[in-house]
Design a protein around this ligand. Structure first.
Ligand SMILES: Nc1ncnc2c1ncn2[C@@H]1O[C@H](COP(=O)(O)OP(=O)(O)OP(=O)(O)O)[C@@H](O)[C@H]1O
Length: 320
């Protein structure tokens, strides 16, 4: 069935990477034309539009050799996967050319930053591969969703919120320093930090963590444009990883962040780690939330997580 790719349905987000994705799109389009590859492109016209576009493509697809090729960042990839899944399509594979600022999903799967290298791998692909993605149900607002990277409550979500509000982000993206926007936001958020109570249920374990500060469920090691928050996490183990970091003293928190940046083993009192296919996290206070770098707003969160999988069209799978 998957001997060759006959047809690419493409979604391109011109706003990803602070607009740098436009150059990637031109490279991809020119190369596909040069190789005589059959494709159709749709451009994301506004925030969230990729969900609608992917939904339509997945719902009305009448060919069994269609691959959805996504050009954008983690948020665009999230929306494409969400649209496919919401359409009830579990057979259409996703190919991905990273063109965002963080590109954590690409980093975790060792997908090249060079569009022509990625395209080569996509066009050489013979069969789809299954990759873990996360699924969540947030009970307080009855919200359901999917994530390719992570869902976080607390510190990381406050950083995403601050980075997205930052006027500097667009400029830093244009000069290829997108990660710096997150680093600057981290310092801003650190000055306003507060701890919250997190209740975690995993299997028979029921923990109450009174002074949580980072509470992130992740599909792979990276967050925020390359921070290896959970080095052992994998997209092919059929499990999700939850890391909860307590807020004790600011200098301990800085020390822990340094350990994360230096990729040291996070084996300290005050760091809680859970790995399972199903997880439950609850906060009693209003907190920021984020999903793959997209804001979830503020609310008390009651999050049920499950691991599921998605077909990807991306050459030999080589995850970290
Ligand atoms: N035409 C558009 N104009 C403005 N924003 C758009 C448009 N199309 C999509 N978006 C929004 O652009 C946002 C950013 O996309 P994306 O996350 O892919 O890029 P990024 O933030 O640069 O990369 P990363 O998530 O990897 O850091 C998404 O929230 C998406 O909804």
């Amino acid at each position: 069935m998957w001997r060759y790719v006959a047809f690419f349905q493409m979604i391109f987000n011109p706003a990803a990477g602070g607009g740098n994705s436009v150059a990637t799109w031109h490279i991809v389009k020119d190369e596909l034309n040069r190789r005589g590859v059959d494709f159709r492109v749709r451009t994301s016209k506004h925030p969230g539009h990729t969900v609608e576009l992917a939904h339509q493509i997945a719902k009305f697809n009448d060919r069994d050799d269609t691959v959805l090729l996504v050009i954008g960042g983690d948020g665009t990839l999230n929306q494409a996967v969400t649209g496919i899944r919401e359409a009830g399509n579990t057979t259409m594979p996703v190919a991905y050319v990273p063109a965002g600022s963080g590109n954590d999903f690409a980093r975790a799967n060792r997908i090249s930053k060079d569009p022509l290298t990625v395209l080569d791998a996509i066009l050489d692909t013979q069969a789809p591969v299954r990759v873990d993605i996360g699924e969540f149900h947030e009970r307080t607002r009855d919200q359901h969703g999917y994530f390719v990277n992570n869902v976080g409550v607390g510190f990381d979500a406050a950083v995403v919120d601050a980075a997205n509000q930052s006027r500097l982000k667009g400029f830093l993206n244009r000069v290829h320093l997108g990660t710096l926007a997150y680093i600057l936001s981290i310092f801003g958020v650190l000055f306003n930090r507060h701890a919250f109570e997190a209740r975690v249920h995993v299997g028979d374990e029921h923990d109450i963590i009174p002074n949580a500060y980072i509470c992130t469920t992740t599909n792979h090691p990276y967050f925020g444009g390359g921070f290896p928050i959970m080095p052992g996490a994998s997209v092919i183990d059929g499990q999700l990883d939850l890391i909860v970091v307590e807020e004790r003293h600011w200098w301990i928190f800085i020390f822990l962040c340094a350990q994360i940046l230096l990729r040291k083993k996070l084996d300290f009192e005050g760091i809680h780690h859970y790995r399972a296919a199903k997880l439950y996290v609850e906060t009693s206070s209003l907190e920021f939330g984020q999903m793959d770098g997209e804001e979830l707003g503020t609310r008390p969160f009651e999050l049920e997580f499950n691991v599921t999988d998605q077909l990807f069209w991306m050459g030999d799978l080589n995850p970290q």
